[in-house]
Design a protein around this ligand. Structure first.
Ligand code: MLT
Length: 270
């Protein structure tokens, strides 16, 4: 059974603004927090929540502010730091123990910010389909073009441009439809605030050697957004990190191959 909960973040110490976050909880054992990518929500973890990992951990799939069932907070920029502070508040609301943090792509950027800002809350990191580097100048310009395109042409056109990049070439119609539904149902304000935050995110490369928790890095064989070679190279800079590639998947490995992806994470969460 999956339980839905809401956490009120009015108590975040530095928060001039308040937010409410929605969580999906299932399973038994120590807490693991799953952080979705851009511009998605907890639904990207649906098959993972129903799979073998729930027998090893209490899985908590967060909807970051403005995504999924979490209302938009009015914040025009979703910095990775702010999103990480939100996740920290969620973790504190669920208990005192450090958690296994797992993030995909933008969720990975949030996980990097979480371990940097709240190291006492993280006991392991699973970084999937993500990168440590900041945006290049060309990527920042691409974010600006995306902002203009979302405003001019709307979410459906934005989804059209994204789906092929997110999935492996032989993606199923169901996976395409799942992504389209998620992208088209995020508030346009959320998409814009995410794009600004992604553009501004810091480079974490110099922090990799200082990561002290067990770390798993998982890549998709056909990932065009965060290629496996780039992921292997940043994994090699994290002391003792494991690196795995999920065959046949693109940028959405946990959604495209939930069983293979979960088996790799289960091996790490022994
Ligand atoms: C994501 O999947 O979260 C995004 O592709 C991240 C990004 O654009 O950098």
């Amino acid at each position: 059974m999956i339980e839905s909960r809401r956490v009120d973040l009015t108590a975040v110490p530095d928060g001039e603004r308040t937010a409410q976050l929605s969580l999906q909880l299932t399973g038994d054992g120590p807490l693991a927090v799953l952080i979705h990518g851009f511009p998605l929500d907890h639904r990207m973890w649906t098959d993972v929540l129903h799979g073998e990992l729930r027998h090893r951990r209490t899985l908590c799939a967060v909807d970051l502010r403005g995504h999924g069932r979490s209302p938009w907070s009015g914040d025009p920029v979703h910095t990775m730091q702010r999103l990480a502070d939100d996740v920290a508040a969620v973790i504190r609301s669920l208990g005192d123990d450090p958690v296994d943090a797992c993030g995909l792509s933008m969720g990975g950027y949030v996980a990097f910010a979480l371990v940097a800002r709240h190291p006492e809350l993280v006991r392991s990191l699973a970084l999937t389909n993500t990168r440590a580097a900041a945006d290049s100048e060309a990527q920042r310009e691409g974010r600006d073009r995306a902002i203009e395109a979302v405003v001019a042409d709307g979410r459906a056109a934005f989804a059209d441009g994204m789906i092929d990049k997110l999935l492996a070439p032989d993606a199923t119609p169901l996976h395409r439809a799942q992504l389209r539904t998620m992208i088209e149902t995020q508030p346009v304000e959320t998409i814009l605030a995410d794009l600004e935050g992604l553009k501004q995110r810091p480079d974490r490369t110099s922090e990799l050697a200082g990561i002290r928790v067990p770390t798993l890095v998982v890549a998709g064989e056909h990932d065009q957004v965060t290629p496996a070679d780039e992921m292997r190279s940043f994994a090699q800079q994290i002391p003792g990190a494991r690196f795995e590639v999920i065959a046949g998947t693109g940028h959405m490995s946990p959604l495209e191959a939930p069983e293979a992806w979960s088996a790799v994470v289960a091996g790490f969460w022994q």
